[in-house]
Design a protein around this ligand. Structure first.
Ligand code: CP
Ligand code: NVA
Length: 307
């Protein structure tokens, strides 16, 4: 059966663990497995800018023995003259999988309904599940077993990263806290879905307003830009509203001993995080960026094995 990764809870807890195990083994032996050998091409489509996602998919697909076909929407018919489902029907006859960074989650859903090859969300307005696989891999490497750890996210809880931490974190059995001001909390339906998953995994999700309460005793401190792609016009209001949620040394001091700091990047130093935190000894952001490669290789191998 064709499987897709459109949002983090498309993987069950057991499947998420399987992909992370595979990612660790692929990281240990980067060149061993070439399951895409042969004329297998993966289309990687971008409606929004990207450095890490573009590079890690291109390098990862090549590592696996396949060919990446990087498509910029501006130079294709998608996003103008052609629907996601017609595009999907054209691509499925020539590529092994479709990876797409876009705005609306509904477009990804339409693409997935229209095709028999796996569709991967490489970031939408609502979720960033590939980033979360890399983040969970990084947390496993630095903190060991994920289940039972406390992860606290600061800032725009309604962003793709806020939502993905909530869903992927509880899938891994973590206690996820989100600290956001009024009006910036995660969507209620996402929190309800996370609570259902948490009931099976022993994780939890807690929505807070007080940033220091969220930081208290946490194992992992995370934040993301206050101005996600597509929100540029709200920049001034967002800087005003989210100012109290900046991750500072005080945040790290309130966290558990040995807490790590994470950020999916790109970062605005001085806004959502102070330079001494992101560039300091608790920061694991460069491991996190590297792990995009290993996590996405594992994801592609796993999805293609389900075909
Ligand atoms: N973290 C992340 O997705 O980075 P890019 O926007 O550079 O791909
Ligand atoms: N929330 C950010 C993530 C960038 C990788 C954005 O959507 O711009």
């Amino acid at each position: 059966m064709t499987r897709h990764l459109l949002r983090d809870d498309d993987l069950s807890p057991a499947e998420q663990a399987e992909v992370l195990d595979l990612a660790l083994s692929l990281k240990k032996d980067r060149w061993k497995l070439k399951p895409l050998e042969g004329p297998q091409t993966v289309a990687v489509i971008f409606d929004k800018s990207s450095t890490r996602t573009r590079v890690s998919f291109a390098v990862g697909i090549a590592d696996l023995g396949g060919s990446p076909l990087i498509i910029s929407t501006a130079n294709s018919q998608l996003g103008g003259k052609e629907t996601p489902s017609d595009t999907a029907r054209v691509l499925e006859r020539q590529v092994a999988a479709i990876v797409w960074r876009t705005y609306a989650q509904a477009g990804l859903e339409e693409m997935a309904r229209g095709t028999r090859v796996p569709v991967v969300n490489a970031l939408s307005d609502d979720f960033h599940p590939c980033q979360l696989l890399a983040d969970l891999l990084t947390i496993r490497e630095h903190k060991g077993d994920l289940a039972g750890l406390t992860l606290s996210f600061f800032g725009d809880g309604q962003s793709n990263m806020g939502h993905s931490y909530v869903l992927a974190g509880v899938t891994a059995g973590m206690h996820v806290r989100v600290a956001s001001p009024e009006g910036y909390g995660p969507r209620e339906d996402v929190v309800a879905d996370a609570q259902r998953i948490a009931a099976q995994t022993g994780g939890s999700v807690t929505i807070l307003v007080d940033p220091l309460e969220a930081a208290s005793g946490a194992d992992v401190i995370v934040t993301d830009t206050w101005v996600s792609m597509g929100k540029e016009e709200e920049k001034i209001a967002r800087i005003r509203d989210l100012g109290a949620y900046k991750v500072t040394q005080q945040t790290m001091d309130a966290a558990a001993d040995g807490a790590i700091f994470m950020h999916c990047l790109p970062a605005d130093r001085g806004y959502e995080v102070d330079a001494d935190v992101i560039d300091g000894s608790h920061s694991v952001v460069w491991d996190e960026a590297e792990n995009r490669l290993h996590a996405q290789k594992a994801l592609l191998v796993w999805l293609l094995r389900q075909q």
